[in-house]
Design a protein around this ligand. Structure first.
Ligand SMILES: [Zn+2]
Length: 215
């Protein structure tokens, strides 16, 4: 065997190994996307032209609860522009009408790109929200923009919510054994809508009642 042939064979074997590694990695990403999401795309406040927060209170580094909400109104937004408008409108209401420091939720999810979903930064991690009295100082509040009483949100939005929660766990903002609640479980409200509530009740971390005492 001459050296040229050896070189060609070596290149062939090396490329085959690279291709195999790539394909196994992409399979892993598909199957374990929720657990390996390290570079989650989150649309920053500056990208939706958020107004400045009036004030900020820090949140415990690792919270035991995730509380799910819907906006009811504004309705679901299916384009970036519509979602940005929905976010700004909610922020205006929360700051100017409710008198809160900022948009109430830590994160919001829109149905951008026909349901693929995008994650928007509200108050973000590490900042106390205003979305569930008694739980604000120990939870992350996520709002799925739209009214999800009659229909479940598009799968893309649900996937984004799972990825966001797992990202929060991975980065230490949410406890590993967190409890998932719909807003209606901690307050007399329709939120997050009957259909969305029924959906999250099937999720692994959903807990029917909170054992911790309300404060
Ligand atoms: Zn709510």
């Amino acid at each position: 065997m001459n050296s040229k042939l050896l070189l060609v064979m070596a290149i062939f074997v090396a490329s085959a190994m690279v291709i195999m590694a790539e394909s196994s990695r992409s399979q892993k990403t598909t199957h374990h996307q929720e657990l390996t999401e390290t570079n989650l795309k989150i649309i920053k406040r500056s990208e939706w032209n958020a107004a400045k927060p009036i004030d900020k209170s820090p949140l415990n580094s690792s919270v035991p609860y995730v509380i799910v909400h819907h906006s009811a109104s504004p309705p679901a937004c299916y384009t970036r522009l519509a979602c940005q408008n929905a976010l700004r409108s909610m922020q205006r209401t929360h700051q100017l009408v409710n008198g809160w420091d900022d948009i109430g939720y830590n994160f919001l999810i829109g149905a951008d790109d026909d349901g693929d979903g995008e994650i928007y930064e509200g108050r973000g991690f590490g900042v106390k929200g205003a979305h569930a009295p008694g739980y604000n100082y120990r939870s992350i509040g996520i709002c799925l923009i739209g009214n999800w009483s009659e229909s479940v949100p598009p799968q893309g939005m649900l996937d984004k919510m799972k990825q966001l929660i797992n990202y929060g766990v991975e980065k230490g903002h949410i406890q590993r054994n967190y409890r998932l609640h719909g807003h209606r479980q901690v307050k007399a409200t329709e939120c997050p809508g009957k259909a969305l509530q029924a959906e999250i009740e099937k999720w692994e971390h959903f807990r029917r009642a909170s054992r911790a005492t309300k404060r």
